[in-house]
Every structure is written in C-alpha cells, then in structure tokens.
Design a protein around this ligand. Structure first.
Ligand SMILES: Cc1cc2nc3c(=O)[nH]c(=O)nc-3n(C[C@H](O)[C@H](O)[C@H](O)COP(=O)(O)OP(=O)(O)OC[C@H]3O[C@@H](n4cnc5c(N)ncnc54)[C@H](O)[C@@H]3O)c2cc1C
Length: 408
C-alpha cells in the first residue's frame, strides 16, 4: 500500500515544554491554560468527503498539540507527552470533547505507544514514539482475522524466521484506518497452528512493504472505516519485533488493557458532550414539550451519570493498582450499550427527518445523528463484543467458573 503520509514521516519537531501540573499546580489552572490553547489554535471543521483529507486534518491537529506540549496526556515528557496525573487527564479529555477538536488518527498513542513504552527496546522507543504521537506516522491494529476475533489465540497469519527478517503470510480483517495508516502493530503465529497463545509474536509492520495489499470494507453507514489486509511473503525485520518470539500474547493483553483505560476516560467525556448536545437540540425543536419524552430524557441522564461513575471506577482501579483490571469490562460494556441507546433515543425523539442523510434536504444537523446511529451498531462488537465482556464480568469480576472466555 502506498501511504499518503510517508513524506512527513521523518519530520519530528522538538516538543514545547509540557504543562506543569505535577508539582501542585491546580487542576483549574491547567483547565484554563488548555482551554485558552484550544480556543486560540482550534483547527476548524472537518473537511467533507475525502478520507485522506480528513486524516491529514487530524494529523495536522495532532502535530499542533505535540508542538505546543499538549499531546499524549499519559505519555512521558521524554517522548513529547504531558505526563499528567489522572485528575488532569480527566480534565484533558473533558476539554478536548468540549472544544470538538479532531481525535488522533489511528490507534497509535492509545494502544501501540504504551506497548512500545513498556516492552520496546530503547532503539524502538527512539524510532517510533515521537512520530507516532505527532501523527507523522499513522498506526493501525492488525489483530483480528476471519476465524479469529473473539477467539484471538486461533489466529493463523504465519511469520517464518528467515535470516534477519520474518516472512509473513496470511490475512487480517477489520483493521480500522489501515487504508490511511503507515504502520501496523500485528499479532502473527510463530509457533505451530495448535500453539494458541503460546506461539504468537508481536510485530510492527511497515505498510509500504512489498507484498501487502490493503482493501477497505464499506460499512452500513456508507463509510469505509476498516480494511482487510493480505500478506504475501512480506519481509519484516526482526528488529521490529516487540518482546520475545512467541511472547506476543502477554504484550497484546497489555495493549488491550491500555486501550480500555484510555477509552474509559475519553468516551465518558465524548458521550456526555453528545448527550448534552442532543438535549439542547430536542429543546430547540420543541420535542420536550411531551411528558413521555421528558421522562425518557431524565432516565437517560441517569444512565449518562452511571457511565461516568463506572469510568471513574476504572480510573480508581488504575490509581490503586496501575492496571485497569477486569472491572474495566463493566465500564466498556456500559459505554457501548449507552452509545447505542443514545443514538436510538435520538432517532426516536428527533422525528422522521432525523433519518435523512446529509445529501437529502431537511436532514437534521447534516445527518449527524443518523450517521452516528448507524455507526453505533458496531459499538458492541469492536474492542471485544458485548458477549465477551459479559463473560469476563461473570468469570473475573463475579468469580463464576471459567468456561466461556477463550484466552489460551
Ligand atoms: C468498528 C470496529 C472496529 C474494529 N477495529 C479493529 C481493528 O482496528 N483491529 C482489529 O484487529 N480488529 C478490529 N475489529 C474487530 C473486532 O475486534 C472483532 O470484530 C471482535 O473481536 C469480534 O470478532 P468477530 O468479528 O470475529 O466475531 P466472532 O468472534 O466470530 O463472534 C461472533 C458472535 O459470537 C459471539 N461469541 C463468540 N465467542 C463467544 C463466547 N465465547 N461466548 C459468547 N459469545 C461468543 C460474539 O459475541 C458475536 O456475537 C473491529 C471491529 C469493529 C466492529
């Protein structure tokens, strides 16, 4: 695949001094400084249509955050992050959601970055982290395969050691943003096909390498947010392996934990904002004159507050133990169901013209609510299905017998 971003890959600016919030500087002062920065540097609205243009808009914003010392709230300063305490991280995500600025393109800083920080060599940290955080290089995740999603240890893409490189053959699927990404963090099989989690290795794969084909998959919202990826004798340097050969499963589990922790923080802020905007819109359209509608809105407000509390529980767990823990499945499950419930309620209460898409005349807010309604159908599948989350809660939180969740 030819990446549209490789020309910027080598450009890594020195980060500006990160905001000082660790030595007793009050959270309110941090909020005020961040708010002023967001107002001064706001990138404006997303370009319409072209996915490449939207990704570049996200990349430019990530670079602006980096260059002003506001990138990577939990990342060490050495790699351009803010190294914020958890209270400041909560403020960080609240303010970014409030300002409606673009998210980081790809899965780099939320999953691959913390993994490289924990398990990478000094040379790997030096090579990959700053360009990842500044979005000079965009990253995608290559874990799932056609017969290995919930049962990830069944994956079959092979990597055979040949001199100083692995030769990769097989297929990944559902890789979000792989069509606009430069790099893939992937799980491959280096053991026998029966070795399950004991024969998996974690590789960083340059998506411009010969033998890689990336095909976008169109989803029911009309967009192409994820892709299938084919590997045909793709050579990946051994230097791009994270951790030991056959030791990738432990590395991957850490990746998924980081993803969940970051999501708990950012999603709570994003859905609170979306909900507040929906309530304002309903008021403006006179939809809350009806008592039943008001009742449903009040009931949903309670769900939004519970979501914030379950996210807080994950955060408290990280604070106490340094890890998100199994209870993070509760907040993940709650958030995914809340996301679906929010857009279902929007469709019901906004009225018939809410189902029109942007090309149609009379679409409510450019078709924003129906697009999100369609996208939200995937919320209980991505990053682990609702059923798997329920299994995890049953087994690891409630202590029921471990018979459901495939982990090995
Ligand atoms: C929007 C979106 C983005 C994604 N992005 C990425 C990405 O960037 N990279 C990546 O690698 N993957 C990605 N995925 C893939 C995602 O991780 C998988 O879809 C998910 O893990 C489920 O796997 P599957 O699709 O193979 O379904 P399956 O595992 O085949 O599951 C099918 C059904 O069976 C149920 N089921 C399976 N096992 C059990 C069990 N033990 N107990 C009870 N029920 C069970 C499931 O809950 C589901 O309802 C993404 C998916 C979505 C929807």
């Amino acid at each position: 695949m030819t990446s549209p971003h490789t020309e910027t890959a080598a450009v890594v600016a020195e980060p500006a001094a990160a905001p000082d919030t660790r030595d007793g500087a009050p959270v309110d002062a941090f909020r005020a400084r961040l708010r002023a920065f967001l107002s001064a540097e706001h990138p404006g609205r997303s370009p319409k249509g072209d996915r490449g243009a939207r990704t570049r808009w996200q990349q430019d914003w990530a670079a602006t955050l980096f260059d002003h010392g506001f990138a990577g709230p939990s990342w060490p300063r050495e790699y351009g992050g803010c190294d914020l305490g958890l209270d400041e991280q909560i403020v960080y995500y609240q303010e970014l959601a409030r300002a409606r600025v673009p998210g980081h393109p790809g899965n780099g800083p939320s999953i691959a970055g913390p993994t490289i920080l924990t398990f990478g060599t000094p040379a790997q940290r030096e090579r990959f982290l700053q360009p990842m955080l500044r979005a000079d290089e965009v990253w995608a995740q290559g874990f799932s395969e056609p017969e290995a999603g919930s049962d990830l240890p069944a994956l079959r893409t092979t990597a055979r050691l040949d001199g100083d490189a692995y030769v990769v053959n097989g297929q990944k699927v559902w890789s979000s943003n792989a069509d606009v990404a430069d790099w893939l963090f992937a799980l491959v099989r280096t053991g026998t096909q029966q070795s399950r989690s004991a024969g998996i290795t974690y590789l960083l794969i340059d998506l411009t390498t010969s033998g890689i084909t990336v095909r976008p998959i169109r989803d029911l919202s009309g967009g192409s947010h994820f892709c299938e990826i084919f590997f045909d004798d793709v050579r990946v340097p051994v230097d791009n392996r994270i951790g030991e050969q056959d030791g990738g499963w432990g590395v991957a589990r850490a990746s998924l934990g980081h993803e969940r922790a970051t999501r708990a923080l950012s999603q709570a802020a994003l859905f609170r904002r979306a909900w507040d905007e929906l309530v304002t819109l309903l008021q403006d359209r006179g939809a809350l004159a009806d008592e039943t509608a008001r009742d449903r809105v009040a009931a949903f407000e309670i769900r939004v507050r519970i979501m914030q509390l379950t996210a807080q529980r994950t955060i408290d767990q990280i604070r106490r133990t340094g890890e998100p823990g199994a209870a993070s499945s509760t907040s993940r499950l709650y958030q995914s169901l809340l996301e679906q419930g929010l857009y279902e309620l929007a469709m019901e209460l906004l009225g018939p013209d809410a189902v029109l898409l942007d090309a149609d005349s009379g679409a409510v807010q450019g078709g924003r609510w129906v697009r999100n309604y369609l996208r939200s159908r995937a919320a209980t599948i991505g990053t682990g299905t609702a059923e798997i989350q329920r299994n995890t809660i049953a087994e690891r939180v409630l202590g029921l017998p471990q018979i459901f969740t495939p982990t090995r």
